[in-house]
Design a protein around this ligand. Structure first.
Ligand code: MRU
Length: 342
């Protein structure tokens, strides 16, 4: 991704391996500060997933893949490392998918760092294809709405929901993006707006509560990411996604979920089986570390919500665009076979 810093523009990924360390952008500090964290062991990687220095389902997966690779080259117990990494966050399926993938690769004799690098590169390639397929849905002068951050920060590079937006912009289409702020951690306002600013893509941050207002005003398409997609097409994504899906459905606005196949959990028959992460109530009550809520009021902080498949127009994947009823077609699909579904 292109990043504008005090020292000039640079191209950088959200997470990568260099100088025998896992390196990542500290996403907690953006946009105020641009800082890189260096990690030497899997416990540090697990801590960064937990504290959300790295976040977004595919980036969490890549970080975990590098965590397993670090454990392997440091001669740590791989079962313990896998367990520590799995216990960091419960909802994003990519985390579990990446750990299984790495354990299998290492067992087959692959060099651990090369295997993790390949995993991260595959995420980028999947996102490129999502961008290519998704851009076909974005017309000239389109007004697009997105939620949370499903950009390069969330996916090593390029993004899922931001991939079609980047592709359409690069192809010369004049587009405009509504970015909902994404209370309580503000991933939309802090991260997505920063990515769009870096690319020069016209956009505005809107309060989460203004979605209906802007949709009625004329949003052409809604693009969101996903943390876990069940076999029936129900999916979990950042809290507030479900509201947007219902609004879009009632106003006849196409609602697309952009996700690589590593986000599909075919072992779940419905979204009711997805574990929704509950995070600290301070994320809701504290704004910039000042508590604004009355002392004795509690706050509830589900980090994700589950949107039933009936609200989804289509899933934009590296294998093409498919309606929820056809998810089963990609069950055995692998990147090397990528081609548009017929
Ligand atoms: O809690 P976060 O910031 O990790 O949640 C991220 C999201 O909900 C994203 O929309 C999702 O992971 C898709 S990222 C391509």
């Amino acid at each position: 991704m292109r990043v504008i810093t005090d020292k000039g523009d640079m191209e950088i990924k959200a997470v990568w391996f260099e100088h025998n360390m896992v390196r990542m952008i500290d996403q907690r500090l953006i946009p105020q500060e641009f800082s890189i964290i260096d990690l030497e062991n899997y416990l540090q990687v697990a801590e960064c997933i937990k504290n959300m220095a790295v976040r977004g389902a595919p980036s969490i997966g890549a970080a975990a893949a590098y965590g397993i690779a670090l454990a392997a080259i440091n001669d740590d117990d791989l079962t313990e490392a896998a367990e520590a990494l799995r216990s960091t966050r419960p909802t994003a399926y990519d985390l579990f998918y990446a750990i299984e993938h790495m354990l299998r690769s290492i067992e087959l004799g692959d060099e651990p760092i090369a295997a993790a690098d390949m995993y991260a590169d595959q995420i980028i390639e999947r996102c490129r294809l999502i961008g290519m397929y998704g851009a076909s849905l974005i017309e000239e002068e389109a007004r697009i709405m997105t939620h949370c951050n499903a950009g390069a920060l969330a996916t090593v590079d390029i993004g899922t929901a931001l991939a079609p937006i980047r592709s359409a912009w690069t192809a010369g289409r004049h587009i405009y993006v509504y970015v909902s702020e994404t209370r309580p951690r503000l991933q939309g306002m802090k991260l997505t707006a920063w990515e769009l600013y870096n690319e020069g893509i016209p956009h505005a941050i809107i309060p989460d509560s203004a979605s209906a207002h802007f949709m009625r005003d004329g949003v052409d398409i809604i693009l969101v990411g996903a943390d876990r997609i069940a076999a029936n097409g129900d999916f979990a994504n950042k809290i507030g996604t479900f509201d947007k899906a219902i609004l879009a459905n009632s106003m006849g606005i196409p609602f697309y979920v952009c996700a690589p196949l590593s986000t599909f959990d075919f072992s779940l028959t419905s979204g009711d089986q997805i574990v929704i992460e509950e995070r600290a109530e301070e994320e809701v009550t504290m704004v910039e570390h000042i508590r604004l809520a009355p002392q004795h009021s509690v706050a509830l902080n589900p980090s994700f919500d589950m949107t039933p498949a009936k609200y989804v127009t289509g899933f934009i994947t590296e294998a093409g665009i498919l309606p929820p009823t056809e998810i089963d077609r990609v069950r055995k699909f692998r990147l090397e076979e990528a081609s548009i579904l017929d």
